[in-house]
Design a protein around this ligand. Structure first.
Ligand code: AMP
Ligand code: ZN
Length: 515
């Protein structure tokens, strides 16, 4: 039987569409990862699990998958829901709050990244092929900003470099925000840069020599805006045309709207075909918040400390719930629908997950016992799996898929005795169910080290390289007699705060701020 068609809701078109990868049977997608300034909460993981389920469903229908899932360790400000974000850098603010626990900001980032990866593995999420860190790609981000300035999509002021929204016609398409709505988001208490050309323009680079993490740039010391990191890391690892992008619904505007503007301005064409967003998780019928006492990190529930007194006593008393029960609970709502997490649902999920584990043990024993006999359950389990896969291909209908999985477990439970053939069918079904949904048994070694799977850091700051590249281009233009082009490159460098000096010994340059 040929696999069902994989369909997902695309925020860009407002339609549930068949996913058609650019490369045949190879899904390439990018997922916005966590900002590592604190422990991840269960809402964050609702979004990450969506990406994991996209991978698992694609793999189940026989596709290859390349997923890039980043770590944000710089540039995410406390008011990043605003067009031109204000407030403090979340990482820097965390260090100010928790300074005594950490030697410096890298120490803080390392701690929360490792904690995040532990949660990731505990909840049975599969590893992305690439897990890049923003701080390891600042040079790439600088190159992108320079290119945007060069292409006339960005400009500099004393406070930073801004993307010019006016230069990109399609701005607002993803979120459906009209110009008025785009402006509205700037009305709140944000420190405005008087030199911004349009209030909708957003920062690509912030000039701030006092920021704890700062890099050298043509505009002096500073750090990148948050949106540029995802454009740059996505295109670096997936190229300038890839299939899909995921994140929580809060990222539609401004983060993903800005990403599209940056990507398309850099590439000159559409880069990403499908945008998939996860609806926010609620807890006990309300928005999660620390003040309401309904805010749970993953570790609160799976490994609560004795002092975590907002965690209900029964959960603390038993040393936390099985992480797979937490995963199972999060699968009880389809990613696009509002989902209300309750401790009751978690308790029920724990019982169901236990049934899977008991069925799995029983099947292993039956395989060992190796008794001859018929296999009355094989065909039934095959049908159930087909229904589970169909449900997952239908815009990740996890409630239907887990309901079918429970029928499968019941089928195994109700079989009077398990012949070797029946046990093999059951094992095959349990393994495929785990592959698709990750709810039967842990896939990661419990003792797996927290060592991160990030890429090698790009050493140092290579901004001089890109200035040199531009100067080489200018030189080539001049020797080809293309003086207008040579002048345009000089103007670009000027706009970037670089002064170009033609001397008898050749061309030299310096930062205007060095004057
Ligand atoms: P952050 O660490 O704030 O960058 O968020 C990481 C991911 O979690 C992003 O994709 C957010 O959109 C997502 N997210 C944050 N809160 C929730 C929530 N309550 N429910 C679902 N996803 C969320
Ligand atoms: Zn992102």
């Amino acid at each position: 039987m040929s696999p069902p068609t994989f369909r997902l809701y695309n925020t860009l078109t407002h339609e549930t569409e068949p996913v058609e990868p650019i490369e045949e049977e190879h899904l390439r997608f990018y997922s916005c990862g966590p900002t590592v300034y604190t422990y991840a909460h269960i809402g964050n993981f609702r979004s990450f699990i969506t990406a994991d389920l996209i991978r698992r469903t694609a793999e189940a229908i026989g596709w290859d998958v390349t997923n890039v899932s980043n770590i944000t360790d710089v540039g995410h400000l406390t008011q990043d829901d605003l067009v031109d974000p204000g407030g403090a850098d979340k990482m820097q603010q965390a260090l100010e709050r928790e300074g005594e626990r950490f030697a410096n900001i890298n120490d803080l980032a390392r701690h929360y990244t490792e904690a995040f990866l532990d949660d990731w593995r505990a909840l049975n999420l599969r590893e992305p092929e690439v897990r890049p860190r923003a701080t390891e790609h600042v040079t790439d981000q600088l190159h992108a900003v320079i290119e945007l300035v060069e292409k006339g999509h960005a400009y500099t002021t004393d406070q930073g470099v801004y993307f010019s929204v006016e230069s990109f016609d399609d701005y607002g398409h993803l979120s459906g925000n009209t110009e008025a709505q785009q402006l509205q988001a700037t009305d709140r208490d944000v420190v405005e840069d008087p030199d911004k050309r349009d209030p909708r323009d957003f920062a690509l680079w912030k000039h701030d020599p006092d920021h704890l993490m700062h890099w050298h740039s043509p505009w002096g010391w500073g750090y990148p805006g948050w949106h540029i990191e995802c454009s740059v890391m996505g295109m670096r690892y997936l190229g300038d045309r890839f299939d899909l992008h995921t994140g929580g619904e809060d990222l539609i505007f401004p983060h993903h709207e800005c990403e599209i503007a940056q990507n398309q301005s850099l590439a000159g064409h559409k880069v990403i075909n499908y945008w998939v967003h996860t609806r926010f998780l609620q807890v006990e019928g309300e928005k999660m918040s620390k003040s309401k006492g309904n805010f749970y990190t993953v570790r609160d529930l799976i490994n609560p400390g004795p002092d975590d007194d907002h965690v209900p006593d029964p959960i603390r008393a038993q040393g936390g719930v099985d992480p797979l029960a937490l995963r199972y609970t999060l699968l009880q709502g389809q990613y696009r629908k509002p989902f209300n997490f309750t401790l009751d649902t978690l308790r029920t999920a724990a019982r169901h997950v236990q049934r899977f584990q008991e069925a799995s043990d029983r099947v292993d024993e039956a395989m060992e016992a190796d008794v001859d006999g018929p296999d009355p359950i094989g065909p039934q389990l095959g049908d159930i799996y087909d229904r589970m896969l169909e449900a997952m291909c239908d815009d990740l209908n996890t409630p239907a898929a887990t309901a079918a999985a429970l029928e499968g477990v019941k089928t195994i439970e109700q079989a009077d005795s398990l012949s070797s053939a029946a046990a093999h069918s059951a094992r095959h079904w349990l393994d495929r169910t785990n592959d698709l949904l990750g709810i039967v048994e842990p896939e990661h070694d419990a003792d797996a080290s927290s060592a991160s799977s990030g890429n090698d850091a790009l050493s140092g700051d290579h901004i001089a390289d890109s200035v040199d590249e531009l100067l080489d281009e200018r030189e080539a233009a001049r020797s080809d007699g293309e003086y207008a082009r040579a002048d345009a490159i000089r103007d670009t460098l000027e706009a970037l705060g670089i002064e170009v000096m033609d001397t008898p010994e050749g061309t030299e340059w310096r930062h205007k701020t060095d004057l």
